[in-house]
Write a protein that binds this ligand. Structure first.
Ligand code: PLP
Length: 357
């Protein structure tokens, strides 16, 4: 028997979510963000389901080339452009759109002198101060690009530190940018999932949608999106592979950390931090077994989790469990683990098979 853990990828749900997003942002176009191997879902599992997206945004050249071979005509955006001069050959060969965020990239591109025109997104530093050109430098950058690079289209990309509903700085940051670029008619892409949801005026020409496509909230609070009909795409499931009956005073796992005060039936689940389940999780975390929610006992180890079966007499060896999915929202698990759903999705390790449903 193979180890029973799997990440089930519900491709109908990703199609459904894209459709929900389409209705939210219409007539803006949608970059479906598939970086980090489609947030852990596997690009190879979901590319087919996104036939109605307008384009794809990724980080790695390999991801971009994979998608180009599937979709000959859809735009494909490299969110951080190229990392060295050798990337440019492939960027031109596969007709990829690049983001330019730094002077060093501009220098390389100018020296490269390609024969074909290229689409460029200029990344504006919104105050996040990771990548991007400062706003007071934008006129100059555009001047250089137009003068020295063989371009097809120029566009603006901006990524904001906080697009939550009650963001304090967003309007200020946005207004400074708008003042500088309002007289350019170039395409704009300013909105991530949070801005799609809560700042309609930021949708502009193209939104960039990641987490919402996968069925989780940008705030990692499911309540924030539960009225939208967005559906979780990934179900992390496994099975009970061991059952123990404990007497009062007996303990579970390393360092005797959990000690039962009564007779208890516990289940051992084939899932651990080696699979990407978070180790630092509160032991009040929910797991679904036979329609009943039960709790983790003790600590998550590399390969196993122990759960209480006190209320689930029907649970036996081989019973299926949901770690997260339609019923246990990944956002709630993220909250229990003091992290965000993005991290949990990306952390699912390679030993967990992804199965398309
Ligand atoms: C990852 C990423 C996104 C997607 O963000 P979500 O919050 O997942 O929608 C958008 N824009 C850029 C530049 C990104 O790197």
């Amino acid at each position: 028997m193979t180890r029973p853990i799997a990440a089930i990828i519900n491709t109908k749900n990703i199609q459904h979510n894209l459709n929900v997003i389409r209705n939210l942002v219409f007539p803006s176009k949608i970059w479906s963000v598939l970086k980090a191997n489609a947030y852990g879902h596997g690009i190879n599992n979901i590319w087919k389901s996104l036939i109605l997206t307008d384009g794809f945004a990724v980080l790695n050249l390999s991801e971009a080339i994979f998608l180009r071979k599937k979709y000959h005509n859809k735009p494909i955006l490299l969110l951080e452009g190229f990392f060295n001069i050798n990337d440019l050959y492939l960027i031109y060969k596969y007709n990829l759109t690049i983001t330019i965020h730094s002077n060093w990239q501009l220098d390389i591109l100018i020296n490269y002198q390609p024969k074909y025109p290229i689409n460029i997104y200029i990344k504006i530093n919104t105050g996040m101060n990771r990548l991007g050109f400062k706003i007071n430098n934008i006129h100059n950058i555009i001047y250089i690009i137009k003068k020295k690079i063989n371009i097809k289209n120029i566009a603006f990309l901006a990524h904001f530190a906080d697009c939550s509903k009650h963001s304090h700085y967003l309007f200020q940051e946005l207004n400074i940018i708008k003042k500088t670029i309002d007289h350019y008619t170039y395409t704009r892409s300013f909105a991530n999932s949070a801005a799609i949801l809560w700042h309609e005026f930021m949708h502009y020409d193209w939104v960039r949608c990641g987490i919402l496509l996968y069925g989780a909230s940008p705030t990692s609070k499911w309540e924030d999106i539960k009225n939208l009909s967005i559906k979780p795409v990934m179900t992390l499931q496994s099975k009970i592979i061991g059952i123990q009956k404990l007497m009062p005073g007996e303990t579970v796992g390393y360092n005797h950390q959990y000690c039962t005060n009564k007779k208890r039936r516990i289940g051992i689940i084939a899932c651990g931090y080696g699979d990407g389940y978070p180790k630092n999780i509160s032991n009040n975390t929910s797991i679904l077994i036979h329609g009943t929610i039960t709790k983790i006992l003790g600590t998550v180890t590399m390969d196993m989790i122990a759960v209480d079966l006190f209320n689930i007499p029907t649970a036996k060896i081989g019973t299926k469990v949901e770690l997260w999915g339609d019923n246990i929202k990944i956002d709630n698990i993220a909250q229990s683990a003091n992290t965000i759903s993005y991290e949990l999705m990306c952390a699912i390790s390679s030993r967990v098979p992804r199965i398309i449903k």
